[in-house]
Write a new protein. Structure first.
Length: 281
């Protein structure tokens, strides 16, 4: 599960069509982040390897792909024929191609956490390429941090807006739409929770108030003043004592004839004032 979401993003990026030579060079050099100088590149994803191979062929570069099966996973080694790729430096990539460079970097050394668990996207690189990577991220208006990790550097991006900008720049539009969908669902869920919490609080206040009123009116009903009340007022006393959990609107609907919430509230205030002051009705 830890890599499952990243694989989906990688597969989407790898399906994008090949475009201009400038963009292809930028993406290919983006795959170089984290690689040692003048050595064959090592990629852990067959999807990324196929993308690199297609780009190489599109640029007329010769490349030999070999694989090595370890104890837990298979790694793929790209050995370049000729010196063209070795002479190309990531620092020469135009900022206009920042999106393509970052796409290559993600295909080679990227990870995105499942947005339903939290928002975090990472690149794993080394000191040789970290400044170029950060410069490309700034070019697409994305702020990033970096921390040492197992002898390398992890460049990380947190926050929804930053990750949305980055996905759009890299061409990960399906992942972006999924992220937006999660944001909409989370916003709706938060709104529902707020409404439920508000309604629960209102209900608690209604019940608390009703219990207090029922207690006061119970004392009133046991005295001589109760007999001096009109029948409609006695009916309201009996109904409140029997149903302390009801709202004023529910009390009004149960009376005969029915009363509005405002009318019930007015009569209830009179009854409570009378009960507390000991005055005659």
């Amino acid at each position: 599960m830890t890599r499952a979401y990243s694989r989906l993003v990688v597969e989407e990026l790898a399906r994008l069509p090949l475009t201009t030579p400038e963009a292809l060079w930028a993406e290919l050099l983006g795959m170089r982040i984290g690689q040692a100088r003048d050595e064959g590149w090592t990629l852990g994803s067959p999807t990324a390897v196929r993308r690199a191979y297609r780009i190489a062929k599109g640029l007329g570069l010769g490349v030999d792909v070999r694989h090595h099966r370890g104890d837990r996973r298979v790694s793929y080694h790209l050995h370049w024929e000729g010196a063209a790729i070795r002479k190309m430096e990531a620092t020469n990539v135009s900022l206009r191609q920042a999106g393509a460079f970052l796409r290559g970097g993600f295909l080679s050394r990227g990870y995105m956490q499942n947005p339903e668990r939290g928002l975090r996207l990472e690149f794993w690189t080394n000191l040789d390429h970290v400044q170029t990577l950060l410069r490309m991220l700034r070019a697409v208006r994305v702020r990033a941090g970096s921390v040492p990790h197992h002898g390398r550097l992890t460049v990380y991006i947190n926050g929804q807006e930053a990750i949305i900008h980055l996905l759009a720049a890299m061409g990960g539009h399906q992942a972006l739409l999924h992220l937006e969908s999660i944001r909409a669902m989370r916003s709706m869920r938060n709104q529902v929770n707020r409404l439920v919490n508000s309604e629960t609080a209102n209900l608690a206040r209604t019940v608390e108030s009703g219990l207090e009123q029922a207690q006061i009116l119970t004392d009133l009903s046991q005295g001589a003043r109760y007999q001096q009340l009109s029948e409609p007022m006695q009916a309201l006393v009996r109904l409140r004592i029997a149903h302390p959990e009801w709202s004023l609107r529910e009390l009004g609907a149960a009376l005969n004839p029915p009363l509005t919430k405002s009318a019930v509230n007015h009569r209830m205030r009179r009854l409570l004032q009378m009960a507390r002051s000991g005055q005659r009705p």
